[in-house]
Design a protein around this ligand. Sequence first.
Ligand SMILES: [Zn+2]
Ligand SMILES: [Zn+2]
Ligand SMILES: [Zn+2]
Length: 363
Amino acid sequence: MTKESLGHVELEWTCPFCNTRNRGRNKVCANCGAAQPKDVQFEQAAKDELVTDAEGLELAKAGPDIHCPFCGTRNPATAKKCSRCGGDLTEGERRESGQVLGAQQTGPVAQVACEYCGTKNPATNVKCTNCGSPLAKAPRPKPAAAPAAAAAPSRMSPVMLIVGGIILLVICGAIAFFVARGFQTETNVARVSDVTWRRSIVVLGLAPVERSAWADEIPGDADVGFCSERERERSPFPTDRSEEVCGTPYVEDEGTGFGELVQDCEYIVYDDYCEYTTIELMPIGTIDESGSDLNPFWPQTRLEQDQQLGERREVYQITFDVDGETVAYETTNASEFARFAPGSAWQVEINGFGDIVNIEPAR
Ligand SMILES: [Zn+2]
Ligand SMILES: [Zn+2]
Ligand SMILES: [Zn+2]
């Protein structure tokens, strides 16, 4: 993000003694003559219009004003001596600057009725055009795109709480039931009635694959298809394919009675995003072997040029006869499988779901 200056706008301040609004450049109250105290902040005018007069521009850019260390009077940054008491300003305190005052006030200006004669004046006026009395500040208009107020947190009704409680209890009960079933085991004598095995290997080969990437990241030998322009990144700098986007202008206090109208900007950088086809090694098939004995072996194949063997998988199943019922057990461990000679006797521990959780040779 880069901050761009759009110019300067004149701020205003309200006299704490007589409540008169004063233009930012006025260092003493136009009504009662009191100097603006250090703690009286500048505020945005009813409408932020760019300062065009030479005097205003010079004041705006001079740097934060200095408050006299003796009488508190506001003096321009360039002054050496206080305009009111003649005191030396080198020890004086500079006004704060850089605070964000708010978004630029644009659009139609509200009308404010004079408290004394009732004349309607635009809110930008500090004095009544008819009788010259000070005018109050117009209520600030609500920003047009104000975010909708967050919905108040809804209170849960008692019925919802009860229903929620019941659901929670049912869930807890179900979990407890499953855990209990899982832990409840029974040991039985079992005989191996059947063994089966299956081994497979993935075959990898070169094949066309569709991919997409930024134009400058596509491999050189790829076949480039459809391309479209997309936002690639945000940058503080322009490129030959970028578009500047800026946020809402806002006003920053310059400490001079003026504010700088600024906006934060950045560039959307566009680029071509393309579909392309490239040749890659990828799974093109699987070869399998299976059997019903204790001698598993890996499948054999003759690979063609540019083919490779990929992932290997093996799974072994042992079927037990437990009191006339069959219970299956699966493993991927070949040496474990080798122990289960058909007809051999084992002690198997079966849980509440009918799954074998432990196997030991029969005693
Ligand atoms: Zn005053
Ligand atoms: Zn002074
Ligand atoms: Zn009036």
